[in-house]
Design a binder for this molecule. Sequence first.
Ligand code: GLY
Ligand code: MN
Ligand code: MN
Length: 481
Amino acid sequence: MTQAHEPHLHRPPHAGTRPPRLTEVPAFGAMIAEGWGSDIVEARVPDGVAEAAAAHRARLAERVGDRTVVLGAGRAPVRSNDTSYDFRADSDFVWLTGCQVEDGVLVLHGADAVLYLPPPARPGDPAFFSDAMHGELWVGASPGLAEWERALGVPVRPLAELDGALAHGSGWWAGRAVPADVVTRHGLEPSAELARACSDLRMVKDAWEVAQLRAAVDHTVTGFEAVAREIPTAVSSGGERWLQGTFDRHARTTGNGPGYASIVGSGPHAPTLHWVRCDGPVLPDAALLLDMGVETDTLYTADVTRTVPPSGRFSPEQRAVHDLVEKSHRAGMAHVRPGVHYLDFHFAAMEVLAQGLHDWGLLSVSVDEALSPQGQQHRRWLVCGIGHHLGLDVHDCAHSDWQDYMGADLEPGVVMTVEPGLYFHAHDLTVPPELRGVGVRLEDDLLVTETGHEVLSDALPIDAAGIEAWTARLLPTSAAV
Ligand code: GLY
Ligand code: MN
Ligand code: MN
C-alpha cells in the first residue's frame, strides 16, 4: 500500500536522491560562518608544568646530543565505529611538553623546541560545524595555538606545517606515538634509543614531579576511604562494580581519572592479579582486594593496594596470610634507600614469603632451593613482580635496559612501589581448603630520600589490626557485623 506524502514536508524532489551535506550548501556555509562572538578559551595548565617540561627537554637534549627528535601525543583508539576511547596523551610527550592535545607533535633539536598542534575548528572553517571530532560546535571551544604558546612557553605552529618542518627529517629519531604515516613519509627512524633515553631520564623525579605524585597518592587515600564507606551497598546489591564505580568517580573528580583499570576482587577473585572485570559480588566474609590509583590532571598516578575485611574482621586464615605478607612488605621496604641495589627489596620480600610458605608446609623443597634461580617454587603463589617505578605510567620507565632499571642502585628522587602478596586460587589443590580463594596484596608508594625513604601512602595502615580498625571506622555503624 502506498502512503500519501504529507504535502508540507520538504523532501528531495526525487526518491533515492541523497539530501545535500551541509558543507555542500553555500547559503548555509555563509550563514553559519557569521554572527559569533569571541569564544577564546585560555589553556589551563597547572602551576609549574611549563617549567618542569622545559627542564625535561634540556635533560633529553643533553642526552641525545645533536640529534633531532620527534615525539607525538598520539590519538585515542577507536572504541566502536565512530566513537573513541578517552584520549590520554603519550607519557614521554607529556613529560617533555606538559601538553595533552591529541595529535600534537614536538620537534626538538638542542634548545630549539617547536610544538605542532591542530588548531581548533572555529567559525569560518567548515569543520566548525561539520567535523564531529574537532569542530567547536561539536566538542566545545578549546584553546588556540596562541593560548597554548602562552601557557607552555614553547613556540606553537599549526599541525599543517609539520610536513614542511620534517622535509629534511630523514634519520631523525621518532618516538612511539608519532603517526606511522608521518614516520614513513619523512623517513624518520622509530627509535628504541629515544624511548630508552626518556625512560632512563624519567627514573629520578624532580621536586615538581614528586609533588604531583604526592597529590596522586593523597587523593588515592581519600578514594580508598570513599570505597570503604560503600562496602555495605556493595555487599547488599552493587557488588565489585559498585566499588569500582565509586573509586573511578572519585578519581575523575579529584584528578584526571583512575591511572589504570581499578582492581576490585572479592574472595575467589582476589588472587587474580589483574581482576579488572569487577563483575562479581562482594562477599561479606571474604577478603576484598582493592588495587586503585588516582591519576592527577598532570597525568602522574598513584598505585596502592589494601586487602580489607568487609565485615571489619579478618578470619584467622585471612589474618595469617595478611601477617605474612605484611612481614614481607616490611622486609622489602627496609631495603629502599639510596645506594642500595634496586632489586634488594625484591629479594628481601621474597625470602620472607618463601620461608613462611615453607613453615606452612606448602613448599616441597627447601627455602634455599626455592629461592635459587633454578627453583622459584614459591612463585606458584606470586607469579608477578613485587614492585616497580611509578610516575606518568603506573609501570614507569619500562623502556630502560634491565641493567639501568633492575641492575642499578637506588637514588634520591626515585618513586617506586613495594607490593608483595600471596595468591591462593580457589581451584589450587596444593593448598588446604581454608586457604583457597584467599588473595592478599599490600602495595605502597615510596619516595627514595637522601637518607632512606618516605612512604607516600602511609596514611593507610598496613597491619591487619590497623586495617580492621580503619575499615570498621569507615563502615556505617548500622552495617558493622
Ligand atoms: N596495579 C598494577 C600494579 O600494581 O602493578
Ligand atoms: Mn603496582
Ligand atoms: Mn597496584
